[in-house]
Design a protein around this ligand. Sequence first.
Ligand SMILES: Nc1ncnc2c1ncn2[C@@H]1O[C@H](COP(=O)(O)OP(=O)(O)O)[C@@H](O)[C@H]1O
Ligand SMILES: [Mg+2]
Length: 336
Amino acid sequence: MNSLATLSVRNLQTSLLQKKGPLNLVRGIDFEVMPGETLALVGESGSGKSLTALSIMRLLARNAQWQCQGEVLFKDNQGLEHNLLTLPEKTMRTLRGHRIAMIFQEPMTCLNPVITIGQQISESVSLHLGLDQSSANASALRALEQVEIPAAQQRFHEYPHQLSGGMRQRVMIAMAMICKPQLLIADEPTTALDVTIQAQILNLMARLQKDTGMSMLFITHNLGVVAHHAQRLAVMYAGQIVEQGSVADVFAHTQHPYTKGLLACLPGRARQLSRQTGQRVALLDIPGQAPSMAITPTGCSFAPRCHSCFEKCLQSLPEWRGLPAHTSLCHLEAHS
Ligand SMILES: Nc1ncnc2c1ncn2[C@@H]1O[C@H](COP(=O)(O)OP(=O)(O)O)[C@@H](O)[C@H]1O
Ligand SMILES: [Mg+2]
């Protein structure tokens, strides 16, 4: 583990406590995000990406009982390390939205429909930075300009429903970025947007990251986006990380059959493989369904859907293979 990391997640386990016993939804994951780096967390829907983010932020839904175990170490700008899982809620509140910010797929879940967007941003900045009303307003207006909202002065006085989806996501980004967080967790921030707007928002985020040097945990199910916007990649399946490494390495020397399946689902990748092999590579979905989280498998949880599955995969849990810089949780020998 690298102690320079902005965020170190160690053996994080998140369970939903139910009468019939705990449902283990995040099953012991480890990763780090270095200063200024973007780590992409990818995987099919239901693999536990959002629960991972919400566990880190301590924002799991209050209508259920959760248990988080392990460590979530966050290094603040003074070099002090905090385990977010054990911090008092009051301290957590000073970090959340200030040092660590999060943006979601659907901005309406976070924006207050009856308060103007300018006022919402301005309240957030005065809360965390203790600015007076007029400085906070000026700062909020600058933030709207920074995220390239046209006619920001006029938009400042508008309500969330008056804005398009793309503009609302820009507002969310402005709100997240205004206190210059060290870490931004973005949970599928562009999934609800059309492709052109998606590209604009991603480019905007990349520019803001470059300007501020913040770290980013970028959650997506889109590996095409990862290729352009992340340096490292962690692939999640059924509550576990099954492959992790630099984006270049994982793309060029994919180890885990699940990651191979995800990559084969990419249109560009299928074309590239077709060119390399001279054969037509079908654009496919990974066959089968994600496993029920209620069942704890005796072997590898991907085994029932895996083309390379052999006896051992059904009988024992895989161990990490490969070098620390690129590892996969698989019984197959690491190969390129
Ligand atoms: N509040 C909840 N109650 C019960 N199950 C949940 C709840 N939230 C998430 N889950 C389950 O946890 C698993 C992971 O969910 P999630 O982290 O949202 O997946 P992802 O973000 O990768 O699509 C899913 O199987 C989902 O059904
Ligand atoms: Mg999700």
